[in-house]
Design a protein around this ligand. Structure first.
Ligand SMILES: Nc1nc2c(c(=O)[nH]1)N=C([C@H](O)[C@H](O)COP(=O)(O)OP(=O)(O)OP(=O)(O)O)CN2
Length: 324
């Protein structure tokens, strides 16, 4: 079991790539075992040093992986570093040196889940704007190759009833992620993530699924010894993992079940003073994530993310340091 800190920071900079000079709004996200306050300040300083700069004289090749490696090297402890260089693409550099490229894309489609119990809303024909993240080994794939691999899949999925497509007769997020993993002709494919709604989705890495359900809560906490308080709009993400799906339902666990099972803890958090939670040692994100990971006794729970804004917080992981 481990608790990691996470933080995000942005910078705007110019660079020349493929003989074209242009500019970007970059966004970096780091995950590390260092304390959250240190990670936030060090990442912010590393990004500030590149903000409004011309990157060409600073780096032999100012490509995304070089920049991610540079930002990681500015931190005082090993960190996983993701760098988004455009709204739909970026890279991820893991602490073991593995380098990934990823592409975010979307499609609009209808579906229904045919095997859910009578009355379940997802048994009705409905639809989503599905988000998809494709992640591959940067040594074997490029953003251009991910875009090219996605095109034929987009043509098969866009504005379709997913249940009509062979292999998607029961199109849960888990089934869809595994289907995309099998159908995408991507050299070095590492994982596919499906964002079914803004709060729930599934990642498949070729052998294992991780699903998530995101909740938000509003809470206060003591700020200093002078007796002042502060408060945050927290983002809480519950993650469950497994290597087999329910044979009939085609999922690890219903997103709705995860939310319902967490409801008593949610009620204790939302619109409360965190200092009054019984058994919580401290109210920082790391303590809260570890506390919730320990209290929420749901089988297959492998992760709890607690962020005090969109990017900064802590990740509790049960069995490994898989951050996604
Ligand atoms: N493990 C899975 N559970 C569910 C899936 C799925 O694919 N895998 N799909 C659904 C539904 O299709 C539904 O559209 C999404 O579920 P849910 O997050 O419960 O729906 P809401 O966004 O309406 O949830 P709220 O948080 O209550 O707003 C169901 N489960």
């Amino acid at each position: 079991m481990t608790v990691l800190s996470c933080s995000g920071a942005g910078f705007d900079a110019a660079r020349t790539l493929a003989r074209t000079r242009h500019g970007h709004g970059f966004f970096a996200q780091a995950v590390s075992s260092m304390p959250q306050a240190d990670l936030c300040s060090e990442l912010a300083a590393a990004c500030a040093a590149l903000d409004m700069r011309d990157l060409d004289p600073l780096f032999a090749s100012p490509d995304d992986l070089t920049l991610a490696g540079h930002l990681a090297s500015c931190l005082s402890a090993p960190a996983e570093l993701s760098l988004r260089s455009a709204p739909d693409r970026g890279v991820r550099r893991l602490t073991d040196g593995a380098e990934r490229v990823w592409l975010d894309t979307r499609f609009e489609a209808a579906h229904q889940l045919p095997n859910v119990p009578a009355g379940h809303p997802c048994g009705r024909l409905h639809g989503h704007g599905f988000g998809v993240r494709i992640e591959a080994d940067a040594a074997r794939a490029t953003h251009a190759s991910l875009v090219a691999a996605w095109q034929p899949l987009a043509a098969r999925l866009e504005h379709r009833l997913l249940n009509d497509i062979a292999g998607l007769e029961n199109p849960t997020s888990e089934v869809l992620a595994a289907w995309l993993f099998a159908e995408l002709a991507v050299d070095g494919l590492v994982a596919v993530e499906v964002y079914e709604t803004a709060s729930a989705g599934s990642r498949f890495d070729g052998g294992r699924w991780t699903i998530w359900k995101t909740l938000r809560f509003e809470a206060a906490r003591a700020f200093d010894i002078a007796g002042r308080y502060t408060g945050h709009s927290y983002l809480l993400r519950l993650r469950l993992s497994g290597d087999t799906l329910d044979a009939e339902l085609g999922w690890l666990r219903d997103f709705g079940d995860v939310k319902r099972a967490f409801a008593p803890l949610y009620d204790a958090l939302d619109h409360h003073l965190l200092d009054e939670l019984p058994g919580l040692a401290a109210t920082d994100c790391a303590s809260l994530a570890a506390y919730l990971g320990g209290c929420f006794a749901m089988p297959s729970l492998t992760g709890v993310d607690v962020l005090q804004n969109e990017h900064d917080g802590a990740l509790w992981r049960k069995d490994d340091a898989c951050t996604r």
